[in-house]
Design a protein around this ligand. Sequence first.
Ligand code: CA
Length: 654
Amino acid sequence: MKLFFVIAFFSVLHIRAKAQENIYPAYTGNDLGLIYSKTSSQFRIWAPAATKVRLSFYKNSTGGDAYKIIELKRSVQGTWITTLPGNHAGTYYTFSVEHNGKWLDEVPDPYAKAVGTNGKRAMIVDLAKTNPDGWAADKSPVLKNLTDAIIYELHVRDASIDAGSGMANKGKFLGLTETGTKNTAGQSTGLDHLVQLGVTHIHLLPFFDYNSNDESETQNPQYNWGYDPLNYNTPEGTYATNAADGAVRIKEMKQLVQAFHKKGLAVVMDVVYNHTGLTAKSNFNQIVPDYYYRKTKDGKYSDATACGNETASEKAMMRKFMIESVLYWVKEYHVDGFRFDLMGVHDIETMNMISAALKKIKPDILLYGEGWTAGESTLPENKRALKKYASQLNNIAVFSDDLRDGIKGSVFEAKERGFATGDITKAESIKFGIVAATQHPQVDYKKVNYSKAPYTNSPGSVISYVECHDNNTLWDKIAISTPGAANEERINMHKLALSIVLTSQGISFLHAGTEFLRSKKGIENSYNKPDSINAIDWNLKTVNNDVFKYVQQLISLRKAHPAFRMQTQTQIQRNLSFLPASSGIIGYRLNGSAVNDTWKDIQVWFNGNATEQPLPTQWTAGYKTAVLDNEFVTATSVEQSIIKGYSCVILYRD
Ligand code: CA
């Protein structure tokens, strides 16, 4: 009886809490957080459930007592406000909220633009002073068509931390601003290498302020990918030369963007709005308990991210937060695109609002995400931004895991092979990738590994890739899945895999270091592993220079020939046709003339067999050779009649 009463009582509380949450007024203004000027600082925070809100000021980023505490006044639509006269740039502050008669923890507001060590306190910042010299003239490279993008996925620390990087600012944003850096054999590294390789967009793994890694620890190395957000609107402190001064990390991140832009490289930011690193103690939960998250019927945090919680993009103020956050990164940091982690956790409507808002201020923004979740969500399936609903997403591409695993085998089955490593039964998944997951009359969708239907009607909506930071590197995957294969054979598999990626329609995507056979020593989930696993070993560029040169040439081939970058499904349907071929061979023809390519007619052939195979000369006669068995050759009119095992041949007529 007593127990029943307790349960009933909590149920009533739960229902009441739920009802309150739905009636919280959304704030419609655009001045949440700090509005700084040299004469005053205005603070507005949305805390509709609070009975009191306090703002505490500190001299330092950590330690010491508050030297001043202000109580905010209730304002419109659930917000609280106060204004502090005078110039207070460099002062640290926290909010605390009284909720149900109890004071919650002091935290920075979710909108904080600058934070001190470990993101525990926000900092009043004069953003104009964080601009590097020449920032006003900073210009992003223009992305004419989405399919022109060739993305390179890089972790800030991995890029420079190795002794052989030749960079001075190891592990820092500034490392990537250095030019003239060389490996021990004298070959370019870092920024110069990226330019030499020819990619267009550098996608940086999370560089917002994340929770793992102690920013006050500067002696002992620490590592994390950074998929555990703490303060969404400030850069990570461990990548800055001084984590305590919130302005330093901002300036150094801007210096990175500026250095890239000067070299014609665009910057893509990896964003993780799908969950917070902390759950009960997150900044969101200390300001408006439970509001920003999805909960299950029994009151637990829903966990589609497998990280302990998932945010609720469909709620007005979470949606507003996401939109304002991405706009801020574009306006303040000149970021050129976003990669949305576990995008399937977000609702389609919010993603389209994000896309529309960004397009307004930056028409050539590049947006893509993981069209899946990592667990069950309370958000109805048909509302999730999943790859199967890619056609409902406006200007947001999804990763093609069908192509990825078709090429090399499932990432979940280390020993499984793909087309490029000898499993020729996966040929249809490769064809699916070649047409960028669009509708094509010659693809048998029933035979595609995962998706039994096209995702989309636009090649700009699909990311063609074989490898990213997750799972084994391609080189490791090949080694694990082909025991007994010779090194030379594995190199051919690797080259074939990247040939497929860089000639497929859609948007190309490469994992950093794949161009010189990067290994993570067989560690498939290296998110918190030491530098010895994750660091890019720049001397591999010299050791595997043949592979580097091949990838570099594939990139320049793609850039020179619009036939590999068609812009519409109709163009692909009309101008890409698969040729009859024997088992384990994929051949297709591109009508270059139709898309203003200098090569009027192109043929691409892939052999997933271990052994050499005849090329059907009734098709290949009269063509010049551009690529022969994973090597670029200077224009030759010799007709090719053989394709070697695990290799690519590209022919053309001009
Ligand atoms: Ca941090």
